[in-house]
Design a protein around this ligand. Structure first.
Ligand code: C5P
Length: 398
């Protein structure tokens, strides 16, 4: 919660008195809090109380009626890491579900860029009503976190479900929500190739390379955390499969091609991160080759370029490639961007420290037709997140 921006929205429910404690708990947890109140909320708790606790002025109207000072109706939504509406009345929930924007809290909701959570509070019959439950389902399906109301004595004198959750448990729910990744790739499918291929010489020996698969596995993991269905076509690596990812183990470049092409069929995109052998022995000895006195020559033939093959058939899908270069880095990467029909290419230079095989860090430059972005040295997971942010920007809307 440390340093997180929370917009606390308060609506007109008797549970608004608990918003004071909630605000204090959020501040104690290290969050920066700005409060927006609906006009009805002011009858239940004063703006002065909330301004004092949040240490920020309260926003209620679109403008200050005394001096005409304009409160931007969207800036709070842009500022917030989380918009938390507690208490949330049946009326506000219904307006959120239909997109009504007749007060500053609702325009903040419609412009919120990050997480939104609500803690419903109302009489038990209003809570149980099909209309309210239907509205909650709509909000849930849009990814709004619903902090469940609890059962107990209500202000109406009735006993039932509709009490706002206690401030302590609201703070816990918000902290959990903030640590969760936004499921921005829900319903999307991706293929990731990773690790080193191995090209058999005989049943015992093979040709391979130093790739450990860390970068590709970080990409697969980040895609899955954002809700995508991921097929990870993996060559040789010692890494465990990331959670929620379908891993297909392969050995040779040919096997990797078959698995990647099959999964690409119904995918939204592919990230080609594997270190694929460019050459493979022309023939594979069925028995272990005996050593002789003299030298030995193994004749190699070209493997299929998986990325280039997918590039030919990609249509509207996203295709991202990697280039590991030791010289003429930028020119070589540009050439691969074009020849393999990548949307963008991630360049690794062997000359950069901390950006080599097996390290947990990487230093890359992301290149597309129109731009060139050099990223600083960062963890492979952070690099993965930056690459996937870029994929999200390029994904066509559905
Ligand atoms: O041509 P080069 O091997 O340098 O290209 C690197 C990019 O192409 C990487 O994204 C790599 O995963 C991909 N590639 C491939 N199949 C090959 C060779 C490279 O998918 N046979």
């Amino acid at each position: 919660m440390q340093g997180k921006h929370i917009v606390l929205g308060i609506t007109g429910s008797i549970a608004a008195y608990k918003a004071a404690v909630l605000c204090r708990l959020l501040k104690t947890a290290g969050a920066e809090v700005k409060v927006v109140m609906t006009p009805a909320a002011k009858a239940f708790i004063t703006p002065l109380t909330m301004a004092t606790l949040s240490k920020n002025p309260i926003a209620v109207e679109f403008y200050n009626p005394e001096n005409g000072d304009w409160h931007s109706h969207i800036s709070l939504g842009e500022w917030a890491d989380c918009l938390l509406i507690a208490p949330a009345t049946a009326n506000t929930i219904a307006k959120m579900a239909t997109g009504i924007a007749d007060n500053l809290l609702l325009t903040t909701y419609l412009s919120a860029r990050n997480r939104v959570a609500i803690a419903p509070a109302m009489d038990c019959d209003m809570f149980a009503h099909t209309a309210t439950q239907h509205n909650l389902d709509i909000l849930r399906s849009r990814g709004v976190g619903i902090i469940e109301a609890t059962e107990g004595e209500l202000a109406s004198g009735l006993h039932g479900k509709g009490r706002m959750a206690e401030p302590e448990s609201i703070v816990e729910s918000v902290a959990a929500l903030l640590s969760e990744k936004k499921k921005s790739l829900q319903g999307r499918r991706f293929v990731v190739t990773a690790g080193a291929t191995t090209e058999a010489i005989d049943p015992v020996r093979f040709i391979s390379n130093r790739s450990t698969g860390k970068m590709g596995y970080a990409l697969a993991s980040e895609l899955a955390e954002r809700g995508a269905e991921v097929t990870l076509v993996s060559g040789r690596t010692a890494l465990p499969a990331p959670q929620g990812v379908r891993r297909v183990d392969v050995l040779s470049a040919e096997e990797m091609y078959e698995a990647a092409a099959a999964a690409f069929g119904n995918a939204d995109g592919a990230v080609m991160c594997a270190a694929v052998a460019d050459y493979t022995p022309e023939t594979v000895s069925p028995t272990k080759i005996k050593k002789g006195d003299g030298d030995m020559v193994i004749r190699l033939k070209r493997t299929r370029d998986i990325a280039a093959e997918l590039g030919k058939i990609k249509g509207g899908r996203i295709l991202v490639g990697f280039a590991l270069e030791s010289d003429n880095e930028e020119r070589n990467a540009q050439a691969k961007l074009e020849s393999k029909n990548f949307d963008f290419i991630v360049l690794n230079s062997l000359r950069d420290k901390g950006a080599c095989f097996g390290t947990d860090t990487n230093k890359v430059t992301v290149i597309d037709k129109n731009s060139y972005e050099e990223l600083p040295l960062m963890s492979k997971h952070e690099v993965a997140a930056r690459i996937i942010d870029r994929i999200e920007q390029k994904l066509p809307n559905r």
